[in-house]
Write a protein that binds this ligand. Structure first.
Ligand code: DQA
Length: 144
């Protein structure tokens, strides 16, 4: 059976393309979804692409992935830097986890340098722009 990868996006990423394009680029989240979905079919995978502006929404999407998905690619956005709840949810998940940041969080304000999610991630991609999602998919394909 084709393996499913859940791709989760946190708060404000619904505004990708409009939001601070000098940091996050001009592609929309739908553009990224199309790219990742096309690559997934080349790699023999399926993707479920989701976004929530709510911490609890992300927690529930991670719980759902426990039943459905061989891997999770997650850009937790601002919750990377604050959310023990998202980390705890990921710690209930047995599959592969790759964390993505569009910008290089280590080159930005100090409060962005720490991500709670990185303690669970099998890989972390930061600063490669929206291309980071495709890089994450290629990597997770080797793990699942
Ligand atoms: C981000 C970086 C975070 O610090 C920020 O809060 C975001 C996006 C990124 O993709 O570069 O919303 O996760």
């Amino acid at each position: 059976m084709t393996k499913l990868i859940t791709v989760l996006n946190g708060p404000n990423l619904n505004l990708l393309g409009q939001r601070e394009p000098e940091k996050y680029g001009s592609k929309t989240l739908v553009d990224v979804e199309v790219e990742v979905t096309t690559l997934a079919s080349e790699l023999g995978l399926k993707v479920l692409f989701q976004q929530s502006n709510f911490e609890g929404g992300l927690v529930e999407m991670i719980h759902a992935a426990r039943e459905t998905s061989a891997g999770i690619i997650i850009n937790p956005a601002a919750y990377s830097h604050t959310s023990v709840a998202v980390l705890d949810a990921l710690n209930t998940y047995d599959g592969a986890v790759v964390e993505v940041h569009i910008s290089n969080i280590h080159k930005r304000e100090e409060f962005r340098h720490h991500s709670f999610v990185s303690a669970r991630a099998d890989g972390v991609i930061a600063g490669c722009g929206t291309q980071g999602y495709s890089l994450a998919l290629r990597h997770i394909a080797t793990l699942v």
